[in-house]
Design a protein around this ligand. Structure first.
Ligand SMILES: [Zn+2]
Length: 140
């Protein structure tokens, strides 16, 4: 037995239902009926009480919760800020290959991930070299 249902007389809906079932098992339906008559209302009240307690606890927890995190400082996010440039770079990489594109850009191949994701801006002079190479590239 938990603290909520002390041994002996406890008139909560759980203990009342258990006592009612025991009376039915022992062939005392009239007593069981009298005992369990108020059970539906008692269960309803208990559910309302539990709901109200849960609501109250939820509101207290929400009030105690930490405020939302502030926005990261400008430049500190990993969101693609250079989407258009990244799309152009992907075309160059498709045509030239990653290593050649990185070489023309003047960066290491390992630096290409951020450039292709659009989170890092490519050097302007490197972009000019890439565009020149693309313009001079004759397709067969
Ligand atoms: Zn009880």
């Amino acid at each position: 037995m938990t603290d909520a249902h002390p041994a002996g007389r406890c008139w909560c809906p759980v203990c009342t239902a258990a006592a009612g079932l025991l009376l039915l098992d022992r062939g005392r339906p009239d007593m069981a009926s009298r005992l369990m008559r108020g059970l539906p209302d008692a269960i309803g009240e208990a559910l309302d009480e539990v709901y109200a307690r849960g609501l109250d606890a939820g509101r207290k927890a929400a009030a105690k919760a930490k405020p939302a995190r502030p926005e990261p400082p400008s430049g500190g996010s990993a969101r693609p800020a250079f989407k258009h440039q990244a799309a152009e770079l992907i075309e160059h990489v498709d045509r030239l290959g990653l290593t050649k594109a990185a070489e023309l850009l003047g960066v290491r191949p390992g630096d290409m991930a951020g450039l292709l994701a659009g989170t890092v801006q490519a050097p302007g002079s490197g972009m000019e070299r890439l565009r020149k190479a693309a313009a001079n590239d004759i397709q067969f």
